[in-house]
Structure formats: structure tokens, C-alpha cells
Design a protein around this ligand. Structure first.
Ligand code: AMP
Length: 393
């Protein structure tokens, strides 16, 4: 199948060609026709499957002939990174269509967003909290909305955004097309689907498991040796870009600092960083100035870098869904990728769950030449004896 089969307007095909897409991915092949027919749709697909273009392309086609300068499509995103990323895909694919889009999220000044909205846009990609602020202040109007997309619904739910979505729905016309994308379908999302979608078509791509192009390995190690092992692994493995996941923001920052000290071009990405630094880390990772990005799960949402050869779980994820999401960052659209997980004795139960998800035992690896017997550094800070009779300078 080729993109010609969809009969997209030439201005949209120009975007498809500019991005070098030749063949539609399975989610695109299955979703684009019903979306173009105006049907509601549930897309069960993980990131890395091409799901963004699966909804962006038919939406561009549907918006092309209508009025300009009013918000006609709203895409709700769980994180600012994903919102930015989706906006970028819209700009890239729609560059010749004259349709305008903007991203709306918190943590940045509202004035710039207000100016952009006043100038007129047809597509808004928004995180729920800041969108509700704008709706409350009357700086955005959704009364002309034609298409609503709820993207990564399971993650929106995990982050506690379901009540906000219900509030947003009150500002949106009942008569509209609604598309919902999610990697998994927990009960609460199912209920939301019943409430807000009308006779939806369901499109499912594979089961909710990591891409088959990814190989998985476990490196058992004691907690205090993880950073040394990671450094040795990085030294001895041929990698392109590497994404390292930690459980906490502090650990993401610390591990990145340790890698920088060891001479790696690394950066961290975590929720405590101001937006401009997050963006700089993401841009640097995307353009290759940073080869290693150490991130927490929420911050890493929406990272779209095709050259990620390795995902390293410095800390075990807290669920198999999170494992799937993390691993979805590598092995994208048919590329090979490797998932490496550093495991301690506390992680046995989660290893079993992941093995069940993958339906295969995970390979346990030992790194030759690594001293697994080193004892933890004595981290008790011993206060030096106070020097009597001297004042601090
Ligand atoms: P997504 O799942 O939307 O995050 O997309 C993952 C990556 O696949 C992005 O880098 C897209 O630009 C890329 N992509 C999407 N559709 C295609 C396609 N038909 N052919 C090649 N790459 C694609």
C-alpha cells in the first residue's frame, strides 16, 4: 500500500514526501480511511507505530476546505514534550497547507500563548491543566471544534487528568468527531470511551507489548554498583543514542552528572527542570549533541528520536505498561533496538511480569571484567574534628 491510496490533497502529500514516508505503517493503513469518513475511532497502539501521523494526516485533509482562524481541532496530550512533538509533526506534515497549530501547556508564560491564539490557529495541541486555565479566562474558544483527539489516554489517566478532561468536554460541541489513542485500555478509559465516543471503530495494532524489533536483556547488579556498571556497559557497547530511565528526578540528575564527569555527552530530563532547560535537553538529544539522555518516565513521554539504539532501565519500571512505554522509545518503525535493564534482588516479581508480557524468559547477562564484589562506599559522612580557636573565613 502507498500513501497515494488515501487521495490526500497535494499539499498534504508534499509533507508526507518531505518527511520521507513511503509506506503507511499498519496503524496508518487501518485508521486513516475511517477517520477520513468522519468516524469516531479508538486506536490501540503504542508510541513508535506512527500513530501521530495516523490522526494528523486525515485531520489536515478534513480541515483544508473549511474556515480559517478558529480552533477546529483539539489534541489533548499528557505532557508538554508530547504536545510539542505533535505540533512539530503537524507543522512538518502540514507545512504546505497553510493550516496553523499551536501547543498550549503550563510552566511557561501565558502571554505568548494568548498572542498566538489571538492571531488565529486551526489546531491546538494542549495539556489539560493549562487548557482549562485558558478556557476559564476566555482566551480560547472551542465552540467551533470539529475534531477532538485524546492522545495517550492511558497516560492521561495515570497522571490524574481524567476529571480535567471531563471539564474540558463541557466547552466542546456535542456534534464532533472524537479519536482516542491509548497503548492500553484500563477500565476507566473504557468508561470514558463509552461516554464520549459515538459508535467508534476500533483499530488495534499488535497486542500491548513492546515492538518485536527490540531485544531484551537483564543485568543483575547491586544497587550501589549500577552507575559503575552503566559506565562500563556504555564503554563496551556500540551505541547510537541512549535513553536511560531512572525512578526519581534526583537520580536522573545525579546519574547524568556522573556520566558527564566520566566524559560522556549526556543530559538529564526531569520534571523539576524549567521548560527552557527541558527543551534544550530534548533538542540536544534529537540533534545528537547529547548522545545520552537520563530521564524520568513522565518527562520522557513523547521523545521521538529515531536513532535511539538502546534504552537502559537504570531502575526497574513500576509496571509492565511503563516497561512497554519506555521500550517503545527504541526499535521504532522497524529499526532494531536493545533494551537493557539493571536489576536488583528486589525486582524479581517485576521481571516475572515482564517475562509473562513478552511470553519468553529474559536473558540474564554478566559483564565480563566488571567487579561485582565491590562493597558499597561508606556513605556515612564523618565530620572532621573541629579546629578549636579558629573562626570560619
Ligand atoms: P509515532 O508513533 O507517531 O511517535 O511515530 C514514530 C516515528 O515514526 C516518528 O519519527 C515518525 O516521523 C515516524 N513515522 C511515522 N509514520 C511513518 C511512515 N509511514 N514511514 C516512516 N516513518 C514514519
Amino acid at each position: 500500500m502507498s500513501f497515494e491510496a488515501f487521495n490526500f490533497h497535494p499539499s498534504i502529500m508534499a509533507g508526507v514526501r518531505a518527511l520521507g514516508y513511503i509506506t503507511p505503517t499498519p496503524i496508518q493503513a487501518k485508521s486513516i480511511p475511517p477517520i477520513m469518513q468522519g468516524r469516531d475511532l479508538i486506536g490501540l497502539a503504542q508510541t513508535g507505530t506512527g500513530k501521530t501521523a495516523a490522526f494528523v494526516l486525515p485531520i489536515l485533509q478534513c480541515l483544508l476546505p473549511g474556515p480559517r482562524g478558529r480552533v477546529r481541532t483539539l489534541i489533548i496530550s499528557p505532557t508538554r514534550e508530547l504536545a510539542e512533538q505533535t505540533c512539530e509533526a503537524i507543522n512538518d506534515l502540514g507545512t504546505q497547507t497553510g493550516l496553523r497549530s499551536t501547543a498550549i501547556y503550563g510552566g511557561v508564560n501565558m502571554d505568548q500563548q494568548n498572542r498566538r491564539l489571538r492571531k488565529g490557529v486551526e489546531i491546538v495541541v494542549a495539556c489539560p491543566g493549562r487548557l482549562l486555565d485558558h478556557l476559564g479566562r476566555g482566551t480560547i474558544h472551542l465552540s467551533h471544534l470539529e475534531v477532538l483527539v485524546i492522545d495517550e489516554a492511558d497516560r492521561l489517566f495515570d497522571m490524574g487528568f481524567l476529571p480535567s478532561i471531563r471539564s474540558i468536554l463541557k466547552y466542546i460541541p456535542q456534534r464532533r468527531q472524537t479519536l482516542l489513542f491509548s497503548a492500553t485500555m484500563p477500565g476507566d478509559i473504557r468508561r470514558l470511551v463509552q461516554e464520549v465516543l459515538h459508535e467508534p471503530v476500533t483499530v488495534q495494532i499488535g497486542r500491548s507489548a513492546p515492538a518485536t524489533t527490540v531485544s531484551h536483556a537483564l543485568y543483575p547488579v547491586k544497587q550501589h554498583l549500577k552507575t559503575s556498571l552503566l559506565k562500563k556497559l556504555l564503554r563496551e557497547t556500540e551505541t547510537e543514542s541512549v535513553l536511560v530511565f531512572t525512578r526519581t528526578k534526583r537520580r536522573a540528575k545525579r546519574v547524568a552528572e556522573q556520566l558527564i564527569t566520566a566524559g560522556y555527552r549526556a543530559a538529564s530530563l526531569q520534571g523539576d527542570m524549567p521548560q527552557n532547560r527541558r527543551q534544550a535537553a530534548l533538542d540536544g538529544f534529537r540533534d545528537g549533541s547529547f548522545k545520552i539522555l537520563v530521564a524520568t518516565d513522565i518527562a520522557a513521554r513523547g521523545i521521538d528520536v529515531l536513532e535511539i539504539s538502546h534504552v537502559v532501565n537504570y531502575d526497574m519500571p513500576d509496571s509492565t505498561d511503563t516497561y512497554t512505554h519506555r521500550i517503545g522509545r527504541t526499535g521504532r518503525v522497524g529499526k532494531a533496538g536493545e533494551a537493557v535493564t539493571l536489576v536488583t534482588s528486589d525486582d524479581t516479581a517485576m521481571v516475572r511480569l515482564i517475562e509473562r508480557l513478552l511470553n519468553t524468559p529474559l536473558e540474564h547477562r554478566t559483564l565480563q571484567g566488571f567487579d561485582y564484589t565491590l562493597s558499597p562506599p561508606s556513605n556515612k559522612y564523618i565530620r572532621p574534628p573541629r579546629q578549636l580557636g579558629r573562626c570560619a573565613a
